[in-house]
Design a protein around this ligand. Structure first.
Ligand code: PGA
Length: 236
């Protein structure tokens, strides 16, 4: 399965940061692109400007959307608006949104269905907390999240396993632990769904993580902000 290497910029980046995407685009070789689809999800304010660069080898995604097409939802953005801006993917249910905005599995599922309605691909995020892992409940939690968050609509879906305790901390699970979760996800989702790992992926650990069975790519936060680091992961 072709890998997907996706960058999640979170709430980082003013217009000048788009130079990093141009730099990245210039580094990507035909061989890189044969192995991996490359996606950058900048803040929503940069979508228009990034689309305007018309980079041929870097796709663009968004980090969240509202479930409705339109309406009285101040500050929210509909999936159709993201599609018009040029996004191909939308991250839904990132643990920071589940924590900061109280998003339940049902909310994430509705958002993923909205992404399909707009003709885009949702990247549905799941992952256990440290407390849940230490209690031996990681597989149970992640399985229950994915069962509750998957869209019932037809269309491509990407799932990202991101242990909450590994995000932005420099800590990663062992490759055996990643393999266990990804095998469980594969069991629930079947073949054909790309399963990404996310949480402190860096150039130095990417090759090892991307070689784990049932890992079909990575969702990268901090290390996606600089072209050299992100390219180091893509070329791993
Ligand atoms: P990180 O973030 O790579 O900075 O740990 C990953 C994510 O939250 O998607």
């Amino acid at each position: 399965m072709k890998r997907l290497i996706a960058g999640n910029w979170k709430m980082n980046g003013l217009r000048a940061a788009l130079g990093e995407v141009e730099d990245l685009s210039g580094r990507l070789t035909a061989e890189d692109l044969e192995r991996s689809d490359v996606l950058v999800c900048p803040p929503v304010t940069l979508l228009g400007a990034l689309a305007g660069l018309k980079l041929p080898n870097v796709a663009m995604g968004a980090q969240d959307c509202h479930a409705a097409v339109s309406g009285a939802h101040t500050g929210d953005v509909a999936a159709e608006m993201l599609a018009e801006a040029g996004a191909s993917h939308v991250i839904v249910g990132h643990s920071e949104r589940r924590a900061d905005h109280g998003e339940s599995d049902a909310v994430v599922k509705a958002k993923a269905e909205a992404v399909h309605r707009a003709g885009l691909v949702p990247i549905v995020c799941v992952g256990e907390t440290l407390e849940e892992r230490e209690a031996g409940r990681a597989v149970e939690i992640v399985t229950s999240q994915v069962n509750g968050s998957m869209p019932s609509t037809d269309g491509e879906v990407v799932v990202a396993y991101e242990p909450v305790w590994a995000i932005g901390t420099g800590k990663t699970p062992t490759t055996d632990d990643i393999a266990e979760i990804h095998a469980a996800l594969r069991g629930v989702l079947g073949e054909g769904v790309r399963l990404l790992y996310g949480g402190s992926v860096k150039p130095g650990n990417a090759a090892e993580i991307l070689a784990v069975p049932n890992v079909n790519g990575a969702l990268v936060g901090g290390a996606s902000l600089k072209a050299a680091d992100f390219y180091g992961i893509i070329s791993a």
